[in-house]
Structures are given as C-alpha cells and as structure tokens.
Ligand binder design. Structure first.
Ligand SMILES: CC(C)(COP(=O)(O)OP(=O)(O)OC[C@H]1O[C@@H](n2cnc3c(N)ncnc32)[C@H](O)[C@@H]1OP(=O)(O)O)[C@@H](O)C(=O)NCCC(=O)NCCS
Length: 226
C-alpha cells in the first residue's frame, strides 16, 4: 500500500541512499553518505525544513525535502549538525579535492540568491529507480504543496540541472511556474524555477502523520515573519 507521510529522523539512512542513487556526482552526494544522513536528520529535526515521504508497505521509496528558509536551515545545520560529520565529510574531500571548489562555488551561489521570506527551496525530490514512471514524483509534489500552503509559504524554488528531463517535465506540469535564472554551477548548466504555491493548491493534498518537528508557520498577514 502506498502512503504519503512526513519524513522521520529514522528514515535518514534510506533517504541518503535514495539521494545518492538519484543525484550521482552532485556536490551534496560527493560529501558522502554520513553527510547526507545528517542532512536528512536535520531536515526532520529543524523547524526550518520538512520532508514528505512516499512509503510502500512502510518502506520509504521516495521523498521531497524542503527548506522553509534555506538561509536559516543551512545556518543552523552548520553549527548544530555539521560537526558530527566533519571527519567523514573531510575524508570525502581528501579523496576528491575538487569538492572544495564545488562547495565554495555552491555556498557562494546560495549567498547571492538567498531566497526571500516565504520562498521555500526544494533540497531534493526523488523516487527510487524501481518506482519511477508510476506518477509518484508528481504526487509527492501535490503533498509538498499542500503542506507548503499550510505553513504559509508563497513560492517553491527548484534548482535543477538543465539536462534533467524527467524533473523538468514534472515541474512543467505545474501552474504559473517560471525560470528565474539560468546559470553555470559545479560545471553544469542549472535552471532555477520559481513555482507559486497558491495557483497549485486545487489538487494539493496533506501528508499523513505528524512532522517530527513542526515547521515554522508564517501568518497570513505576514506579521510574525522572523
Ligand atoms: C524526477 C522524478 C522525481 C520524477 O518522478 P516519477 O515518479 O518518475 O515521475 P512520473 O512517473 O510522472 O514520470 C515522469 C515523466 O518523466 C519522464 N521520465 C521519467 N523517468 C524517465 C527516465 N528514466 N527516462 C526518460 N524519461 C523519464 C517521462 O516523460 C515520464 O512520464 P511518462 O512515464 O508518462 O512518459 C524522478 O525521475 C527522479 O526521482 N529522478 C531522480 C532524482 C532527481 O533527479 N531529482 C531532481 C533533483 S532535486
């Protein structure tokens, strides 16, 4: 039975494996499995992020991970979680020194375009290989948008490699999307899509279960924005 539920910290290892399979060779993947496990624990533990998983008979087979505010999420991640993986991540860098220049380029980019308030950044969205092309990816997006509407987000940003055709196809189905930037990063051509949440709420859904840590909720009038 297929179910869509909030991701839990105990899913972090499987989430890391799905990430590695779905995004081979990218900067985050190059930082290694221990780094990704820590990242996905943080996605569940932080109020600045959320994960929504698709489970087949209880087994995680895909998920979307979103930062409510990537500046706050990565800011917190750096001091709260990163030290736990400093050694394994350091070893990954030693094995492949180019990671350093990629990471510097990556952070530099994030600082330049850091998304304004109420703009969520999708950290990863993917389905394990055996479950691809069954409509699970677009369904994760519907649940992600249902949740995003609930916490008062206005826009979801997707940073996607230009040659990633399935992902571009999937985002292309959404209403009122546009490409805000096209740029070179990590030696790849990337597209930065902005997708407004509101025009996509008609067929949005809400995940089952409860988030491990509830994400920050923006009020309708914006008065409680931090
Ligand atoms: C992008 C992704 C989430 C789509 O999820 P999905 O559940 O397979 O989506 P769908 O079942 O609706 O299939 C999407 C469409 O993309 C295309 N597509 C999907 N997989 C494909 C493949 N391996 N080769 C070519 N086209 C493919 C097809 O057009 C397909 O529609 P069709 O089966 O009707 O022809 C999935 O391909 C994935 O997990 N990719 C790896 C992770 C990734 O790159 N994430 C982006 C970084 S954040």
């Amino acid at each position: 039975m297929i179910e869509y539920r909030y991701l839990q910290p105990s899913d972090a290892e499987v989430a890391a494996d799905i990430h590695i399979e779905g995004q081979p060779g990218t900067v985050l993947t190059q930082l290694g499995r221990p780094f990704l496990i820590q990242l996905y624990k943080a996605v569940c533990l932080s109020q600045w992020s959320e994960g929504i998983g698709v489970y087949d008979d209880g087994r995680l087979v895909g998920y979307g991970a979103v930062a409510v505010s990537s500046a706050r999420f990565f800011g917190e991640f750096k001091w709260k979680y990163l030290w736990r993986v400093a050694l394994p991540a350091g070893l990954s860098v030693l094995k492949n020194p180019r990671i350093i220049s990629n990471v510097i380029e990556g952070w530099g980019y994030a600082d330049k375009v850091s998304s304004p308030e109420r703009e969520a950044d999708v950290l990863f969205l993917g389905v394990t290989r055996d479950y691809m092309r069954h409509g699970l990816g677009p369904e994760i997006v519907r649940y992600m948008f249902g949740w995003a509407g609930l916490v008062g987000l206005r826009t979801a940003n997707f940073m996607i490699e230009k040659r990633n055709r399935p992902m571009r196809w999937m985002i292309g189905q959404l209403n009122d999307l546009y490409i805000a930037h096209e740029f070179e990063a990590y030696g790849r051509t990337m597209l930065f899509y902005k997708v407004p949440i509101e025009p996509n709420l008609a067929n949005a859904k809400l995940p089952l279960g409860q988030p491990y840590t509830h994400a920050y909720v923006y009020s309708k009038n914006g008065k409680n924005a931090p």
